[in-house]
Design a protein around this ligand. Structure first.
Ligand SMILES: [Zn+2]
Length: 474
């Protein structure tokens, strides 16, 4: 939904993007969650078009639950795909499922030529893995009492066709490995009536039988992914509004203090990023406090953010974390990227944005900001893939990846801002956001864009040579 209109450029960009529904894949998902056993059944019908210039002999989907199952509960892996059918004819179709590659590949009745449209129905069943260390896996966990089911990557999602092949990455338990294009989602979810449903897009309880089952509907348009939290523990959210965006912050009874503070930080962040980057195109954003036992302290999904519970509710800690995750709505949610191959495009921008929040909203002094953005870790290129950081860092690859993409990446952007001047820099970022909204950006595209906007400034060229392997002097 187009929330409100500011500026002709944004108006045109967003109106066109929302009007292009016929080109987007459409997912209709019928899901049933057994609250006692954690068994999740999904029947996903996806309608899609071959929008490439190649013939598709097979159609591949990413499916992550088996990889997470194996990681979280070794030995628990089970074949989970029950059937794949042509949704038009009901004909059963041959498929292969590869747990390690996180792929389901289906052979259609006939190869799909460019422009061909098809709908497939994939029926799956699995136990939602019970996680001790909850991070970004599909999982269930408790907040010391009830249970919360986190349904992310819980259905087969169409892979991205690129350079004549289906893109797929191994599941990664340190950095995000997901890559998808915007689509429309319509979900019907059956689950125990005592659970609250919080999801990307808009959710509505259609019916609820006390002590029995509830049926919820979830609708999300033009979103890059869809995630659902279902919890028996969350109480009424704190709600507010910034620039036409409804923000809701959920927590358990014990987490209400944190949820209340998160609301203000999220509202401040939305106002700041709308002013600097451009409009947030959806009309709702949810934030949920969840339990954390790992180094990760927040995770973004389109329209839904998780912030782990913490005792430190200050603006300098919780506020900065919230600003990082909110910024991902602009960089990953709206301007998409291959998070495995080019994490610079979302993580460095989110880290940079949290610095902007510290500078503009928290009014950190110039000296404090300068100290904060200085990196003590050895310089590493910021434009490598998660797999490259694995190879470089070995057992310590989480740190290698963090130092490069989170620290050096954001420092690069900060230094470019200083070199170009704030006005020119943010004007460039606004144009970048506008031109790539709802699409997929690339690092090569960003470098060209930057060079064009910096008009050959030697300082910017020198920064590119310092931070980007592909720009380093031979
Ligand atoms: Zn991030």
């Amino acid at each position: 939904m187009l929330k409100r209109l500011i500026g002709v450029g944004i108006l045109l960009a967003l109106t066109c993007a929302f009007a292009r529904a016929e080109g987007r894949s459409q997912y209709t998902i019928d899901a049933t969650l057994d609250g006692q056993t954690g068994r999740l059944g999904t029947v996903t019908t996806v309608r899609f078009v071959n929008d490439s210039e190649d013939v598709w002999e097979q159609v591949c989907f990413n499916d992550y639950i088996p990889a997470v199952q194996e990681h979280v509960q070794p030995g628990a892996y089970e074949e989970r795909v029950l059937s794949v059918t042509d949704a038009g004819t009901g004909e059963a179709l041959p498929f292969t499922a590869d747990r390690d590659a996180c792929l389901i590949c289906v052979t259609p009745p006939a190869p799909l030529a460019p422009g061909d449209e098809m709908a497939l129905t994939i029926a799956c069943e699995a136990d939602v893995p019970v996680a001790e260390e909850e991070r970004f896996q599909v999982s269930s966990f408790d907040h010391r009492g009830g249970v919360t089911f986190k349904l992310c990557q819980f259905f087969p999602i169409l892979c991205v066709w690129e350079d004549g092949a289906w893109t797929s990455h191994p599941y990664d338990f340190v950095g995000e490995a997901f890559y998808s294009v915007c689509a429309d989602y319509s979900v019907t979810l059956r689950l125990p009536a005592e659970m609250t449903v919080i999801a990307s897009g808009r959710e509505e309880c259609l019916s609820s039988e006390e002590g029995g089952e509830a049926v919820w509907s979830i609708e999300a348009q033009n979103m890059r992914d869809l995630v659902i939290l279902a919890s028996s523990e969350y109480v009424e959210p704190y709600t507010g509004e910034a620039g036409g965006v409804e923000v809701r912050c959920f927590g358990t009874r014990n987490q209400r203090g944190q949820a209340k503070n998160m609301l203000q930080y999220a509202l401040d962040s939305i106002a700041l990023f709308e002013e600097l980057y451009g409009e947030y195109p959806y009309d709702q954003l949810d934030l949920c406090v969840t339990r954390m036992q790992t180094n990760a302290i927040g995770i973004e999904y389109p329209g839904l953010i998780e912030i782990w519970e913490t005792v430190n509710h200050t603006r300098n800690r919780l506020g900065v974390l919230v600003s990082h995750e909110v910024a991902h709505q602009w960089f990953y949610g709206v301007v998409g990227n291959d998070q495995y191959d080019e994490p610079f495009l979302d993580e460095s921008f989110a880290q940079f944005s949290q610095c902007v929040y510290m500078d503009k909203t928290l009014n950190w002094s110039r000296d404090s900001m300068a100290r904060y953005v200085r990196v003590n870790a050895p310089l590493l290129p910021v434009d490598l893939t998660l797999g490259d950081y694995h190879m470089l860092g070995g057992d310590d690859y989480a740190k290698t990846y963090y130092n490069a993409v989170y620290l050096h990446g954001r420092t690069f952007l900060w230094e470019v801002k200083d070199a170009m001047g704030e006005d020119a820099f943010f004007e460039m970022v606004r144009a970048w956001y506008r031109e790539n909204a709802f699409g997929v950006a690339t690092i090569d595209g960003f470098i060209s864009f930057l060079r064009e906007h910096a008009q050959g400034a030697p300082e910017v060229e020198s920064l590119l040579g310092t931070y980007f392997k592909r720009c380093a002097a031979q």
